[in-house]
Design a protein around this ligand. Sequence first.
Ligand code: BG6
Length: 510
Amino acid sequence: MSQSDLEAIHRAPPFSLVIFGASGDLAYRKLLPALFTLACNDLLPEEYVILGASRTPYTDERFRTHIRKGVEEFGRIKPSECDRWPAFAEHLFYQHLQYDAPEDFKALQQRLEALETAHQVAPNRLFYLAIPPSLYSTVVENLGEVGFSQEKEGHFARLIVEKPFGTDYESARALNTHIHRYFREDQIYRIDHYLGKETVQNLLVFRFANAIFEPLWNRHYIDHVQISVLESVAVGNRGSYYDQAGVMRDMFQNHLMQLLSLTAMEPPNEWDATQLRDEKMKVLRAVRPPKDGALRTNTVRAQYRATDGSGPTYRLEPGVDPQSDTPTYAALMLFIDNWRWKGVPFYLRSGKALAAKTTEIYVQFKEVPHLLFEAQGVDLAPNALSICLQPHEGFHLRFQTKVPGAGMRTRDVDMRFNFATTFGDKSLPEAYERLLLDAVLGDASLFSREDEILASWRLIDSILHGWEAGEGPPLTYYEPGSWGPVAAENMLAVDGRAWSVDCFKSYAPG
Ligand code: BG6
């Protein structure tokens, strides 16, 4: 298939996208920059309408000027680099509305229909909720009541919902039920932007387009797996949201559980949203929630606190309760009770205000059964594969080699593949480019299904409830700028293991 055939398949059909929360940060930094990049890459059709809707009273013109700034600052492709801005801007419109005013949704409907007629856009509609979660239900109801969820024959109506989807199992279930009053499950696209990341998708290609790894991908050859999503940023000005959420709701329920299920799932029969999500669901169902004693030994929760006052302290962040026990870091040791993974620990960790931003999946293989050689100075390190997801993307495979010279001494070396070297720096699309295009194309593979969200909440809730009931470990602290609390190191050390920061080390300057 030629490149132009491929592009034609991935070019979106005519559509209208209504973005609620269009004057907000997400639209400014991510959504509109992603749409402009799609336009510059010829992936948008001739006929489309992007209608921003929010409370700020912009005119179309002011909205376009505002968005242009965001695209210039945050776009992968900027208006100064691609001459399509004037044409793109002609597809941008704005409708001022109050989210709880049904009459404003009637006005929105009239405006959208008028735009569709004027620009000859078929009524293929997407409604993007880039608004605070507390407004989701109201907007969905108003959309439903004016009939926006109904699909005209041969056309579609889709709802795109940002995270967080609920704050626990019950609220997520209630939100699903509410949305289903108007939209069917296959009309709903729940965003987890990690699934839009190129290297996260590559995990599937790596596993299922290569014959040599899959036979080793199980309890017979793998000692343990680590999934680390570490951030250097502190909570900053998001304190009032974060203090309610904490790292478990903010990062584990969605991003880490997605990475876990993609790493551990069985191969689906084909690239198809239902099959892919069915396989991920099987993993989520098989994860054993840490209970009783295991909650104390297999979980860690911690907060950043600068002992010498030289860095940020979580309890002093604006919007945070000075007595807050909300964890900004957590580490879990989980087990997946199925034939492939029985007995293999999956260590997950994530936190804020750490030494560096780095996301890594580290797979350590078992040691050789019988050792013939002497390792140089240290124990012979087992084979390991590091999948580096961000900010530097690549794979490293560690294996042993002979040290040149007399004797049979060995040393571990690293075989590396870097995306940037092979494909060039500019080639990795932003997550939202992929997700927006897939939503228009109707491919829900990279969106979370209702049952996935609920299964993941069930696990996170059980841990949070255990902690609240005093069955977990005490809250500990870590220095901002460190790699996390000692308790997390100890959780691995008792079994002779240590956290990997291989991806960070491989790319660190010097
Ligand atoms: C978001 C969280 O979902 O993901 C943030 O709410 C976090 O707290 C962010 O910083 C991390 O995303 P990324 O793409 O920078 O790894």
